[in-house]
Design a binder for this molecule. Structure first.
Ligand code: GLN
Length: 542
């Protein structure tokens, strides 16, 4: 029997609902339950694929090629359960389907309405594809009271009735602000938020209260009284140093116990949280530190590189070191032209990106890493920039570039128009919709056994997630080989270069895919673990 936990948020946005859901999933897993996490996004974009990272943070890509909300990254990092297309839906996608059906006459003349048609579509999404899961945790994006969120809250209210008390539970995440002048924690915003939720028919079972300090017992009782929940169901969610401590803290605060109690389930045995304890120890007592420069375009908003940021932390966990990330805006870097930004840096990472802005800074960074023998990790665009740099400066092709940025003399990076996947040919062309022409999702890659990356992965065939249009142009493979770059990882048909390495360098690797999407704190991605290891070695040299 699958039980459903619906997670809503109130008072303000950015309380970390995604993280709270992910951490709760991890604690339930530690009790031996099978979980799946999903996100309902009320906005009207069909998916976040075309949104500016400054608007929405990173686009998280699943194995099955869906461009999804970054919260799915948290879910996967905390539970190890690979996210899928069927774990994220937006109002835009639901309306798109409903309108397509309406045009085909599938509603048989009915007036198509928010209730029941949109709410039915939401309910259908929540309950589809859950297999043998014990719990489905379903997060509602936005804040209670948002106009666009109403159909979602209505749909989960209906589900509460349909599933019954023993199969549906409502968790509400709120904020208790501390007002310094009064010297008090304030419960009123939480009371209002719960009132709003009850006004639309949902009585939360558990309140998860974000707070920067301990919540005194009398304040908890007050919240319980005004919000119509039991005292023990008011769970403090205090600020922590590392997000990976959250599963431990939630358990200490009694969240999993209260959930099981609300469902009428046994609260024993206790969960096995040893992996999380080990991760917390490694994070709080590192044995060293390395400094990594990330030369990116959206460095003003860390959420734009969420998975990358986390994967670097995981690389640190693997090596028991603290990873100090210096976020460098690639445009500034190009303009300054000086190197002070890279003073004391033990590794340089150029992440993925789209468009021409800032690329000269990234190209320069790849050159500096090569010349100074600093470990270099190029991801997607970062790999392409390293190819352009080598072509221009080592292969005598000053006009080398990418056809993404317009015509150039030597398009060492170009658009591939067709490739094989699972025995089928897939196509794309320059004129396709921006929303749907990318190589997206998991693709296999075959690694040459004589390469460095083979040693890192320890396997010949790997699968990694992609999100890009352009590829290294293999017409230049020989020229690039003479200039010092080889491609030991390719698609199984040999047509698409997936991995580059510079054999004559301590650690210079570029990948066309996004390894950061699959890294987990309890299973750091081998490339990130190896990159940080190389940075540790580099730090011992200086
Ligand atoms: N803009 C490049 C491409 O489309 C790289 C994409 C990326 O880094 N994700 O191929």
């Amino acid at each position: 029997m699958t039980r459903y936990i619906f997670i809503t948020g109130g008072v303000v946005s950015s309380l970390g609902k995604g993280l709270a859901s992910a951490a709760l999933g991890a604690v339930l897993q530690a009790r031996g339950f099978k979980v799946r996490l999903r996100k309902l996004d009320p906005y009207l974009n069909v998916d976040p694929g075309t949104m500016n990272p400054y608007q929405h943070g990173e686009v998280y890509v699943t194995d099955d090629g869906a461009e999804t909300d970054l919260d799915l990254g948290h879910y996967e990092r905390f539970t190890g359960v690979a996210a899928r297309q069927s774990d994220n839906v937006t109002s835009g996608r639901l309306y798109q389907r409903i309108i397509a059906r309406e045009r085909k006459g599938e509603y048989l003349g009915a007036t198509v309405q928010v209730i029941p048609h949109v709410t039915d579509a939401i309910k259908g999404f929540v309950r589809a594809d859950v297999e043998d899961r014990d719990f489905v945790l379903c997060e509602i994006g936005g804040t209670v009271g948002d106009i666009e969120g109403l159909p979602f809250v209505e749909a989960i209210r209906q589900l509460g009735n349909e599933l019954g008390r023993d199969r549906a539970l409502f968790v509400h995440l709120t904020l208790l602000p501390y007002i310094p002048s009064a010297g008090e924690l304030k419960t009123k915003p939480t009371q209002h938020s719960v009132k709003e939720l009850r006004g639309i028919g949902i009585q939360p079972d558990i309140l998860l209260c974000r707070c920067d300090r301990e919540i005194p017992a009398n304040e908890r009782s007050k919240i319980a009284l005004f919000c119509n929940v039991r005292d023990e169901a008011v769970i403090p969610a205090l600020d922590v140093d590392s997000i990976y401590e959250v599963p431990l803290r939630y358990h200490q605060a009694g969240l999993d116990r209260q959930i099981l109690r609300a469902f009428g389930m046994s609260e024993t045995p206790e969960p096995d949280l040893r992996v999380w304890e080990d991760i917390a120890t490694r994070l709080t007592a590192p044995e060293g530190e390395v400094k990594i420069a990330v030369i990116g375009k959206y460095t003003g908003l860390k959420d734009a590189y969420k998975s990358l940021d986390e994967a670097l932390v995981h690389g640190g966990i693997a090596n028991r070191v603290d990873v100090d990330v210096e976020w460098i805006e690639s445009e500034t870097f190009a303009r300054d032209g000086d190197l002070h930004h890279l003073e004391g840096v033990n590794g340089i990472l150029v992440p993925g990106g789209f468009g021409e802005r800032g690329i000269e800074g990234k190209i320069a960074a790849a050159g500096i890493a090569r010349d100074r023998r600093i470990p270099y990790f190029g991801i997607c665009l970062g790999m392409q920039m390293a190819v352009i740099e080598t072509a221009r400066n080592m292969a005598g092709l000053p006009g080398a570039g990418s056809s993404e940025f317009g015509e150039c003399e030597d398009p060492v990076i170009g658009l591939m128009t067709e490739w094989e996947k699972d025995g089928r040919t897939e196509y794309r062309d320059e004129t396709g919709d921006v929303g749907g022409t990318m190589r997206l999702g998991a693709y296999d890659c075959v690694i040459s056994p004589t390469s460095k990356v083979f040693g890192i992965y320890g396997r010949e065939r790997i699968s990694e997630r992609h999100r890009h249009r352009y590829e290294v142009n293999l017409a230049y493979e020989n020229v690039l080989a003479k200039a010092g770059i080889v491609f030991p990882g390719k698609s199984p048909d040999g047509l698409l270069p997936e991995i580059l390495e510079v054999p004559n360098h301590p650690w210079f690797i570029g990948v066309q895919f996004h390894p950061e999407l699959k890294s987990k704190p309890f299973d750091p991605h081998p490339l990130f673990a190896s990159f940080i290891k190389a940075a540790v070695a580099q730090s011992r040299l200086v």
